[in-house]
Design a protein around this ligand. Sequence first.
Ligand code: UDP
Ligand code: MG
Length: 314
Amino acid sequence: MNKKLLTIIVPCYNEEESLPLFYQAIKNLEGEGKLSAVDIEFLFVDDGSRDKTLQVCRQLRSQDERVRYVSFSRNFGKEAGIYAGLEKSRGDYVVIMDADLQDPPAMLPQMLQELESGQYDCVATRRVDRKGEPPIRSWFARKFYKLMNKISSADIVDGARDYQMMTRKVVDAIVSMREYNRFSKGIFGWVGFRRKWLEFENVERVAGETKWSFWKLFIYAIDGIVAFSTTPLIMASIFGLIMCLVAFLFIIVIIIRTLVFGDPTSGWPSMVCIILLVSGIQLLCMGILGQYLSKAYLETKNRPIYIVQEEDGE
Ligand code: UDP
Ligand code: MG
């Protein structure tokens, strides 16, 4: 009987140090016979790295023909890397892993088993802690997930990693979502299917450093909200409505006051405060609107999600 093929997708951005370690880790696992149930294909996606990641890919390819790689013309972001990987993957099963070994390869056999059992289409993982992360970052992350689940219909789990193994069916479903603004955590939940969650404790990266600054994460969070919820738009409308009601009450109060007490023409400071408040709220709502509009604008351009500069392993 033919063995099933497992594609291991690894988005890499400046991972010259980690990538060889990652490859070795998988080889070790194979050496222990833990992945003997499947054939393996490596698919490294070099996301426009500025270091020697591409050379490392070429070298790994020359020593192991199961290695394929795609190299982007510039840095397109991890989401684009994941998309390219899924699109080019050929495996019956596909797993997405970080190059820094923060996604423990030791979980692969169990993930495989769950899929082989036929009970699940997708095995996802989540970290149960955020050890080694700045506390402020964890706090914001937790708040983000709470908020996100309140305002969006996509099922987004706190601590969920992109580390997950899925069947071809699921991969095809995800690849069919060709949106330009990709928020994988939302997309994975949105496509549905039977998902099993495995938990693990946070592992620190083996080498190199994280590519996520606080600011980048913040923008990512906003992109996620805009991509999977329209609640901010509704909030803006409700906000406007409340302001109108308040203004209406004020008008009535002022008319009555003028009729009863005459017109002393005071109230300049309160006027300034009101103008500032109302124009602030207007700008905020316009900003929210602008976020959605800008995303829609980018979508209509229909640009490719990534551009390939070099590729090997057809
Ligand atoms: N990555 C990428 N493109 C980017 C940023 C990151 O392909 O623009 C890859 C990176 O090489 C790594 C994975 O995404 O394999 C996760 O990145 P990182 O470890 O920096 O994120 P963290 O684990 O800190 O969330
Ligand atoms: Mg990492």
